[in-house]
Design a protein around this ligand. Structure first.
Ligand SMILES: C[S@@+](CC[C@H](N)C(=O)[O-])C[C@H]1O[C@@H](n2cnc3c(N)ncnc32)[C@H](O)[C@@H]1O
Length: 336
């Protein structure tokens, strides 16, 4: 037998057993995640770790603030039986229209499932309009889902040809093409640095601001050919990463994602019951910095009893199966 514990056990021990006598990774959590993985069109990242930290129990009120493909919700629902309530929201009405009917079909009879089109920037108000006040657990899985990435008409991904839209909520104001057209090179370079830590921000900004870009293919091509001819000696994978980061930076700007996250973090303590838990999955440094600061500040002010000191990361096997997993960092906090 190996002298060192398996990597996943090591990570799970970061979070102590919350209820005495409950094993560290209950078999019912593993079963719920396996079923969710098999049924969901979006692979729920760090599924057993999310369950471990949220610790769903029968009768709990749980909020999934980013329903997406419904993968995590699908794993949570059976663990609330009997008598629990899961409130799921998403700012993308299309994501909600796809996931909610599928989930309704699998809700245990005694569990209530509510799906609402809303942004988590208004989480507390949304909870109140749904007749609930404070939750035992809140899950926030930031970014976008595989379904959104794969839909070429949404403009989130650089493979294929689609309109440069990128709005999560199509009733939102400007598309990515309109955003791009409104920025000068200096403002775009700043945005690429802030939202994606892009090392070639100024070069890409110069490439993108001299003529309009209206499709995903045109945006990808302009960056790829421009960086290739730039004399920087970049390899193909390096150029591809710059393309990916540019798409990410624009998406974050179009949807005002960092402002929404800040608004959510400010109201989380009001949305959690005493002892309630929040788990947040972040995918880039701008998100992570904000979560660390808000949890640390909440801890100092006595709003949180405990907060994660280190993030929980995906294992290699998950990273191989889903590229988003490599960037994913999970943090948790417990309401005082
Ligand atoms: C990574 S996906 C969630 C995947 C989900 N956990 C699953 O297992 O299928 C993120 C989701 O959050 C949604 N989202 C992004 N910003 C949001 C906001 N401000 N309010 C509510 N939902 C948001 C996106 O539309 C997307 O569907």
């Amino acid at each position: 037998m190996s002298a060192t514990p398996p990597q996943h056990l090591d990570r799970i021990q970061i979070f102590p057993p919350a209820r005495p006598g409950i094993p560290r990774t209950p078999a019912r959590h593993r079963r719920a995640c396996a079923a969710a993985l098999a049924a969901s069109p979006h692979r729920p990242l760090l599924c057993t770790e999310v369950l471990r930290c949220l610790h769903p129990a029968p009768g709990d009120l749980i909020v999934d603030a980013t329903l997406g493909g419904g993968g995590h919700t699908s794993a949570l629902l059976p663990l609330l039986d009997p008598g629990g309530h899961l409130l799921a929201i998403d700012t993308d009405p299309h994501a909600l229209a796809v996931a909610a009917p599928r989930l309704r079909a699998q809700v245990p009879a005694s569990v209530q499932f509510t799906a609402r089109h809303a942004s988590f920037r208004d989480l507390h108000r949304t909870m109140q309009t749904c007749g609930v006040d404070r939750a035992q657990s809140i899950l926030v899985d930031l970014g976008i889902s595989q379904l959104q990435l794969d839909d070429q008409t949404r403009g989130f991904h650089f493979t294929g040809v689609g309109p440069l839209d990128m709005r999560l909520d199509p009733s939102g104001t400007s598309t990515a093409a309109e955003w791009l057209a409104s920025l000068d090179a200096a403002a775009l370079a700043r945005l690429l640095e802030l939202n994606a830590d892009e090392p070639h921000a100024q070069r890409i900004a110069d490439l993108l601001t001299h003529a309009p870009v209206t499709t995903t293919h045109a945006l990808e091509r302009r960056i790829r050919l421009g960086l290739d001819a730039s004399g920087l000696g970049l390899t193909r994978p390096e150029i591809r990463r710059s393309v990916r980061r540019t798409f990410q930076a624009l998406r974050i700007a179009v949807n005002n994602e960092l402002a929404a996250l800040e608004a959510l973090l400010a109201q989380l303590p009001d949305c959690l019951a005493p002892g309630g838990r929040v788990v947040i999955l972040t995918f880039h440094s701008g998100e992570e910095r904000r979560v660390i600061d808000a949890f640390g500040d909440g801890r100092r002010r006595g709003l949180y009893a405990r907060v994660a000191r280190t993030p929980i990361r995906s294992l290699k096997a998950e990273t191989r199966a889903d590229r988003r997993a490599a960037a994913c960092k999970m943090r948790w906090a417990i309401r005082a």
